[in-house]
Write a protein that binds this ligand. Structure first.
Ligand SMILES: Cc1cc2nc3c(=O)[nH]c(=O)nc-3n(C[C@H](O)[C@H](O)[C@H](O)COP(=O)(O)O)c2cc1C
Length: 175
């Protein structure tokens, strides 16, 4: 049976090295359109995105996280994913689903992408979340879950195969 979504999900890998070549605005827009279709709690679509293309700003964003933001400084685009959590109990879930859609959409266009986590991560002075909000003028009531780094791929990773599936994680009828 053909399973196009399996093939896409299998090909999607975290790509952390980028060539520096541009990802077109058109492709970025198409990726964002997919993210806006992500399911959300109560169908309220609370997830918002700040799309950053300015290279100096992307470097500054990378410095908002004390460790583990390695892929960001060479990314062509950084999509900062956030929710007004004062009005959304399930904000983490909503932001995570939208981020996953971004990762899959990026792969569909052959664009490298990597989830750079920000929530509950240390910044230079305070938290990564707070430092990013200050940098990008995001109101305090918002929380940033992550930043998705996008760029033209500069590393090759093998697609996952059927052998990589953790089939033992699936339980039928009862645990
Ligand atoms: C919740 C979450 C947080 C992650 N945080 C980071 C991160 O901060 N930096 C990073 O380089 N990768 C991060 N990743 C990517 C994972 O390391 C990656 O998905 C995992 O190693 C599996 O590799 P794959 O994406 O190639 O399948 C994160 C992924 C998820 C889902």
């Amino acid at each position: 049976m053909t399973n196009e979504l399996f093939n896409l999900a299998a090909k999607r890998r975290s790509i952390r090295r980028y060539t520096g070549e541009k990802v077109s605005d058109e492709v970025v827009n198409e990726i964002l359109k997919v993210a806006l279709l992500a399911p959300s709690s109560w169908g309220r679509h609370p997830v918002e995105f700040v799309v950053v293309r300015d290279k100096e700003m992307i470097k500054k964003i990378s410095r908002c996280k004390r460790m583990g933001a390695g892929p960001l400084p060479t990314a062509d685009v950084a999509i900062v994913v956030m929710v007004d959590k004062s009005d959304c109990e399930l904000w983490i879930e909503d932001a995570a689903v939208a981020s996953t859609y971004i990762l899959l959409a990026a792969e569909q266009f052959g664009i490298g992408a990597c989830w750079i986590h920000m929530r509950n991560r240390a910044g230079q002075r305070t938290t990564a979340d707070e430092e990013i909000r200050q940098l990008l003028n995001v109101p305090e009531k918002y929380s940033v879950l992550n930043v998705v780094a996008l760029g033209q791929k500069n590393e090759k990773k093998s697609p996952r195969t059927e052998n990589d599936l953790h089939l033992e994680n699936i339980h039928y009828e009862k645990f």
